[in-house]
Design a protein around this ligand. Structure first.
Ligand code: HMG
Ligand code: MG
Length: 298
């Protein structure tokens, strides 16, 4: 009894690259975004308008947005932590923005330098401005299963923060298993409780694959009726403020799963594999996608 189709939110150009220490040329980032849109991905997080001192790799997000070949029907998104970031995102031409809160106080402090409550206050003017300009706002809740500083996080806290962001006007709440410690049992509990506040069709799962649980967690969420999944080409990614966090679940692996289940997604697997190969070559990295490795003829 799965949802009949799935929305994939490709976060590779943002979550996938934000943690890279080596400089990445704007041209490589632009080529990645274009390859992903050409592969059929309709939601692409192309950058992040955060403080460049905090996340230097995302400093060039204006240039990335200026350089991409915009494809009709594709939404190019960006993270915006505050009004400075929102203004930058709008000036750069972002189609939608994402605000990001956490279910962990300690993570909120480390990641965005304020408490959960203060972060909600900071997001309020973004939601107001976005509404006035018809810009959809997505809301992330990080640390839905575990926090690198606090350990286990109560599912009720995830539900509480999700409720606040949804009530405040986010069109979708992306539940972030930031350090990938979740397993189907506690992800189920988080979704169950959060769904008491936010409709299932407004929930997304943003799974990092640090403990190899991402596909299992996605499958469980999908069984429960969640139909939006965040993923990153080649399984790139991690958060600079979550030590040890590895990449997001690989887009290739999610697509393979969906193909096996016969679920529509509109994405060309081979084209994503090629996009992943190219960015991995630029980064000098091995793809973290098992599917990409299995299907690559080398
Ligand atoms: P702060 O230093 O407390 O900010 O940072 P501030 O308001 O005190 O400003 C300090 C200076 O930064 C000022 O400049 C501001 O203008 C400037 P100065 O007067 O010193 O010259 N500034 C900015 N410049 C450009 N763009 C901006 C901006 N904001 C302030 N937007 C802040 C607070 C939130 C900005 C900072 O902590 C920050 O940028 N944090 C972002 C951290 C981040 O990007 N983390 C990774 C993304 S979250 C993630 O990966 C999780 C997710 O994937 C889901 C999951 O996996 O769970 C989404
Ligand atoms: Mg993430």
């Amino acid at each position: 009894n799965f949802p009949s189709s799935v929305k994939i939110v490709e976060v590779g150009p943002r979550d996938g690259l934000q943690n890279e220490k080596q400089p990445i040329a704007v041209a490589d980032k632009v080529a990645l975004v274009n390859a992903l849109s050409n592969a059929g991905l309709k939601f692409i997080e192309a950058g992040s308008f955060v403080n460049p001192k905090w996340v230097p790799q995302m400093a060039g997000s204006e240039e990335v947005f200026a350089g991409i070949a915009r494809k009709a029907g594709v939404s190019y998104a960006a993270l915006t932590p505050n009004m400075v970031g929102f203004e930058r995102a709008i000036a750069a031409g972002a189609d939608e923005v994402a605000i990001f809160a956490a279910a962990s106080e300690a993570f909120s402090q480390k990641n965005i330098n304020c408490s959960i409550e203060e972060s909600i206050e900071r997001f309020a003017p973004i939601l107001t401005a976005a509404r006035a300009q018809n810009i959809p706002v997505r809301g992330y809740v990080s640390c839905i299963a575990g926090c690198p500083y606090e350990g286990d996080i109560a599912p009720s806290k995830v539900a509480e923060v999700s409720d606040i962001l949804f009530q405040a006007g986010c069109y979708e709440i992306s539940l972030g298993d930031t350090i990938g410690t979740g397993t189907p049992a506690n992800i189920e509990r988080v979704i169950e409780l959060t769904n008491k506040k936010v409709p299932l069709e407004k929930l997304a799962l943003h799974a990092h694959d640090t403990y190899g649980q991402a596909i299992a967690n996605i499958y469980r969420a999908f069984q429960m009726g969640v139909s939006v999944f965040d993923s990153s080409v080649a399984g790139l990614g991690g958060c600079p403020y979550a030590k040890g966090a590895s990449g997001n679940v690989a887009t290739e692996d999610v697509i393979y799963l969906l193909n096996g289940l016969g679920i529509a997604h509109g994405v060309d697997l081979q084209a994503v594999i090629t996009a992943g190969k190219n960015i991995c070559a630029s980064l000098g990295r091995v793809s973290q996608s098992k599917v990409a490795r299995a299907l690559s003829s080398e």
